[in-house]
Design a protein around this ligand. Sequence first.
Ligand code: CMP
Length: 139
Amino acid sequence: AVERTFSIIKPDATRRNITGKIIDRIESAGLKVVASKRIHMSRAQAEEFYGVHRERGFFGELVDFMISGPVIVQVLEGDNAVAKYRDVMGATNPANAAPGTIRKDFAESIEANSVHGSDGPDTAATEIKFFFKDNEIVG
Ligand code: CMP
């Protein structure tokens, strides 16, 4: 079924000017970018977005990293978009990511891992709402 997922191209990727290379992977997989904006997250925004990780040891570093530079937030649409984008991204830790995935080919570390993607359809809906108004999404 046609589905939407939420993506962040992270500060390590905007810093290296490789956002186009990453979007090419997304589009080549048959996912369509139906919303997109370049933003610099505030600390409060990053803390709320990653609130589920608040108790984890890496939370502070994760928030610092996510506000260290601009990011590109996007809504991706396509058949089975949530699972498909997870396949295109590869494992969270680039050391474990399969060949040909975004994280294998571009990520610097488990923290600076170039992209975020929703982990399920419900999370996707919540994450999309966090950054986009309905009229900013154009299919
Ligand atoms: P993301 O999909 O954005 O969701 C949470 C992020 O936390 C994850 O990608 C990683 O970038 C980061 N993360 C997960 N585990 C660790 C870890 N052990 N150390 C540092 N960062 C981590």
